[in-house]
Write a protein that binds this ligand. Structure first.
Ligand SMILES: Cc1cc2nc3c(=O)[nH]c(=O)nc-3n(C[C@H](O)[C@H](O)[C@H](O)COP(=O)(O)OP(=O)(O)OC[C@H]3O[C@@H](n4cnc5c(N)ncnc54)[C@H](O)[C@@H]3O)c2cc1C
Length: 364
C-alpha cells in the first residue's frame, strides 16, 4: 500500500505506467492519474526530472516489477513536508542496508545526485519539485531496541517514539528532543535538540553508508558538532546515516525523564503554533534569540500570500492555507532584512531551503 499522497507507479489506475509516461518531462493528465492519489494534482504539470532520467528509472522499475514492486514511487513532496509545500519527485524507499547500497550504486554509476529525506520537518522543498530523486529509509531502518543503557535505533525511526520508549523506561538522555518532529536520521544530520543540547551529545556511535567508502561506524569522539550542525568530514558529505547507538543514563527518580518530557511538550503547546511549519526558521545568533529579534521588528502576523509569520512565535512561518515555497522564501528575506537593518544582526536559516537539484541554498 502506498502512503497518503504517494503513488506507487505500478498501482496507477489503468495499470502499469508505460515508459513514455514518465519520460518527456511531462506528467500528463490521465496518464499518471496522479489526480487519483489523495491531494495530488500533478496532472498537466511539468515533471522536473529530465526525460533520460525518467526513461532509465522506468526501465529499472520494470526490471524489478516482480521482486520489488515498490522500487520507485512518484510522490508529491507537499505530502512529505510538515509545511505542506513542494512539487513532484521520484522517490526511492530502501527497506534495508542491501537495498540502500544497491540504490546508491545504481544512482552513483549514473552520476545522479540524490537527496536523503526523513519527515521533511526541516526541508523547504521547491514548488516545482526536485529533479534529484529522494531516498527515504523505511522497513528495517525504523527499528528500535532498548537494551540496558543503550538505545540502538535505525535512522528511519520516529524520533518521538525513540524519546518515548527511553523516558518511559526511566532512562535520561533524549529529553531535549521532546516535541521535535521527524526521524532519528534527520535529527542526527542537524544535531537537533533544545537551546542547550543536541542529540549528538548522547550518541555513542553512528553507522553510515557512503557511496565512496561503503559502510562505516563513527564513534562519539569522531563526531564534530555544534549548535544545530554536525560537521562531517568532506568524504562523508554524501553518506546516508543508517543507525545510531544512544548512551542513556539511569535517572535517580525513574519517573523524572517522562515528567520532564511532558513539561516540555506542554511548554511547546503554549509557545509554538500548531499549524503546518518547519519549526524555527532561523538559528539563534550567538547571544540572541532569533524569535525575540523578529518579534521586536513587529513581524508577527506578517503575511506573503498563504504564508504568515506566526502570531504566537515570530521565528515560525506557518502555511495558513495554499502557501508556496516561493512565498516562504520571500517572507524569510523580509524577516532577515528587518533584523539586519534594525539590529545589525545577520540571521542564518535553520531550515534547509532546497533548489530544484535538492541542494541547500539561500532563500532569495
Ligand atoms: C513544529 C516543529 C518544531 C521543531 N522544533 C525543533 C527543535 O526544537 N529543535 C530542533 O533541532 N529542530 C526542530 N524542528 C526541526 C526538525 O524537526 C528537525 O530538524 C528534525 O530533526 C528533522 O528531521 P526529519 O526527519 O524531518 O529530517 P528532514 O527534514 O527530512 O531532513 C533534514 C536534513 O537531514 C538530512 N537527513 C535526513 N535523514 C538522513 C539520513 N538518514 N542520513 C543523512 N542525512 C539525513 C536531510 O538530507 C536534510 O538535510 C522542528 C520542526 C517543526 C516542524
Amino acid at each position: 500500500m502506498s502512503g497518503p499522497g504517494e503513488l506507487v507507479v505500478g498501482e496507477a489506475p489503468g495499470g502499469e505506467l508505460a515508459s513514455d509516461k514518465l519520460a518527456g518531462g511531462k506528467l500528463a493528465g490521465g496518464e499518471l492519474a496522479v489526480g487519483e492519489t489523495p491531494g495530488g494534482e500533478l496532472a498537466g504539470g511539468e515533471a522536473p526530472w529530465p526525460a533520460e532520467v525518467a526513461r532509465l528509472f522506468d526501465e529499472r522499475r520494470r526490471e524489478l516489477a516482480r521482486s520489488r514492486p515498490r522500487w520507485l514511487n512518484v510522490v508529491r513532496l507537499a505530502r512529505r513536508s510538515t509545511m505542506g509545500v513542494g512539487g513532484p519527485a521520484l522517490a526511492l524507499a530502501p527497506r534495508g542496508l542491501e537495498e540502500l547500497a544497491e540504490m546508491m550504486d545504481w544512482l552513483g554509476e549514473r552520476g545522479w545526485p540524490w537527496l536523503v529525506q526523513g519527515r521533511g520537518s526541516n526541508l523547504l522543498f521547491p514548488d516545482g519539485g526536485l529533479s534529484a530523486p529522494t531516498l527515504r529509509l523505511e522497513g528495517d531502518f525504523a527499528r528500535l531496541e532498548l537494551q540496558g543503557d543503550r538505545l540502538t535505533v535505525g535512522a528511519g525511526a520516529d524520533l518521538a517514539e525513540a524519546t518515548r520508549r527511553s523516558v518511559e523506561a526511566g532512562w535520561s538522555g533524549l529529553e531535549c528532543l521532546a516535541g521535535v518532529p521527524g526521524t532519528v536520521g534527520g535529527a542526527l544530520a542537524g544535531n537537533a535538540g533544545d537551546e542547550a543540547r543536541g542529540v549528538l551529545e548522547v550518541v555513542d556511535s553512528v553507522e553510515l553508508v557512503s557511496p565512496e567508502l561503503g559502510r562505516l561506524t563513527l564513534s562519539a569522539r569522531e563526531l564534530d558538532y555544534d549548535y544545530r550542525v554536525w560537521r562531517r568530514p568532506r568524504e562523508l558529505d554524501r553518506a546516508v546515516v543508517t543507525k545510531a547507538v544512544i548512551g542513556l543514563t539511569k535517572a535517580a527518580d525513574p519517573q523524572a525523564p517522562a515528567r520532564d518530557v511532558q513539561a516540555r511538550l506542554a511548554a511547546r503547546r503554549a509557545k509554538q503554533p500548531a499549524g503546518p511549519s518547519l519549526g524555527s526558521v532561523f538559528k539563534n545568533p550567538p547571544g540572541f534569540s532569533a524569535g525575540r529579534l523578529l518579534d521586536q521588528c513587529g513581524l508577527k502576523g506578517r503575511r506573503v500570500g498563504g504564508m504568515t509569520v506566526s502570531a504566537i512565535h515570530a521565528n515560525f512561518i506557518v502555511n495558513a492555507g495554499g502557501g508556496t515555497s516561493a512565498e516562504a522564501r520571500e517572507l524569510m528575506a523580509i524577516m532577515a532584512e528587518a533584523v539586519g537593518e534594525r539590529f545589525g544582526v545577520s540571521l542564518a536559516p535553520e531550515i534547509k531551503v532546497l533548489d530544484p537539484e535538492g541542494r541547500t541554498r539561500g532563500w532569495s
